[in-house]
Design a protein around this ligand. Structure first.
Ligand SMILES: NC(=O)c1ccc[n+]([C@@H]2O[C@H](COP(=O)([O-])OP(=O)(O)OC[C@H]3O[C@@H](n4cnc5c(N)ncnc54)[C@H](O)[C@@H]3O)[C@@H](O)[C@H]2O)c1
Ligand SMILES: [Zn+2]
Ligand SMILES: [Zn+2]
Length: 350
């Protein structure tokens, strides 16, 4: 089968690899029908995620058709359509029982990281019963791919961690798919102002389409801080959601947070960042971090089934799975291409 394989920082190929086999009775093999690329894949290619070693098939999002199941899989049968969660959970260990699937002692975020991922024709899914979801009827399949990772990430790591309340002033730093997922799901709570910052004007245009009340180009950090302070009449924001993963954006969040506020870090960071305690020690703020658990996937599925959320609107480009290298180029040059999510479909697996 074909797979997108990481060969060290900056290097990837679309190459022939053996089809994955069942290794445990709790595994399923899924024939990938649709998959996509995450900002995290770009961090991996930058060398920011040292757990990913050369030879690894990337990808942790997608939907597919169950091809084979191990003897202990009870909820899925060959032929079932399934949503693949980016987080593998055994459902039995202490972190899983607390809903912290990302810290499952037998799983967590391993797909496309410590085990081969979804950017391939087939993928092995450990703990299939608890790591796959049946596709609900009546919803476009493209929309569901957005539920593997980005919607739960924006909601859990951003909106829930920042405890957004009605009337709050919220800044989302980073208008990529994950920042936009936070922007969209923040609107469940009727915040007062939703300010989105990015260095890319095309992505800020998307933010306005998805409900930002204000957008600020943060190419010049100092000007951006001044603009946010002006928009908030000098108060700063109640919630700053950091959805980029570089030191500059964490710095920016520290400069715009209001006393009593929360900085919710979603970005995958590859280097240490300064923490300005000399100013913030008295600010009564919280700084939160989280790897997505996908514990809210069932809730988010309901909002998609009801038509309340239309996550397919985040997809700007569609490719055949075979053209995945072109899809990477488009996603990595999102500004030039006007891209948000790029969707790859393996037609033969429909
Ligand atoms: N915590 C988690 O569980 C989790 C899960 C998924 C993704 N992520 C992370 O979320 C982040 C966003 O993912 P994505 O798919 O949207 O990525 P992306 O690369 O598409 O988007 C990042 C955005 O940040 C913008 N940006 C770059 N420099 C900036 C700056 N100085 N100021 C403001 N904006 C700037 C870019 O223009 C881009 O629009 C990534 O770091 C990704 O690794 C975390
Ligand atoms: Zn991801
Ligand atoms: Zn577990």
């Amino acid at each position: 089968m074909k797979a997108l394989v990481y060969h060290g920082p900056g290097q990837k190929t679309w190459e022939e690899k053996p089809k994955p086999q069942l290794l445990e009775p709790t595994d399923a093999i899924v024939r990938v029908h649709k998959t996509t690329i995450c900002g995290t894949d770009l961090h991996i290619l930058k060398g920011d995620v040292p757990t990913v070693t050369p030879g690894r098939t990337l990808g942790h999002e997608g939907i597919g058709i169950v091809d084979e199941v191990g003897s202990a899989v009870a909820n899925f049968r060959p032929g079932d359509k399934a949503l693949i969660s980016c987080i593998t959970s055994c459902g039995r260990c202490a972190p899983c029982k607390e809903g912290m699937y990302s810290h499952c002692i037998n799983g967590g975020w391993i797909l496309g990281n410590q085990i081969d991922g979804t950017q391939a024709e087939y993928v092995r899914i450990p703990y299939a019963d608890t790591s796959l979801y049946h596709l609900p009827k009546g919803v476009g399949e493209d929309a569901l791919v957005m539920l593997s990772d980005i919607l739960p990430t924006g909601y859990e790591c951003g909106v829930l961690k920042a405890q957004i309340q009605p009337g709050d002033t919220v800044a989302v730093v980073g208008s990529g798919p994950v920042g936009l997922a936070a922007l969209i799901t923040a609107q469940f709570y009727a915040p007062g102002q939703l300010i989105v910052l990015d260095v890319d004007d095309k992505r800020l245009e998307f933010a306005r389409k998805f409900g930002a009340t204000h957008t600020v180009n943060s190419g010049d950090g100092e000007t951006a801080v001044a603009k946010v302070m002006e928009l908030t009449e000098g108060a700063g924001v109640d919630a700053a959601i950091e959805a980029v993963g570089i030191p500059a954006t964490f710095e920016l969040c520290q400069s715009i947070i209001a006393p009593g506020g929360t900085i919710a870090v979603l970005g995958v960071h590859g280097s240490s960042v300064p923490l300005h305690l000399e100013r913030l020690w008295a600010f009564n703020i919280a700084i939160t971090t989280r790897l997505v658990d996908t514990v809210t996937t069932p809730l988010l599925l309901k909002t998609v089934v009801s038509g309340r959320l239309k996550p397919e609107e985040l997809i700007t480009h569609r490719f055949r799975l075979n053209d995945i290298l072109q899809a990477y180029d488009t996603f990595a040059n999102a500004g030039r291409e006007g891209a948000l999510k790029v969707l790859m479909t393996h037609e033969a697996a429909g």
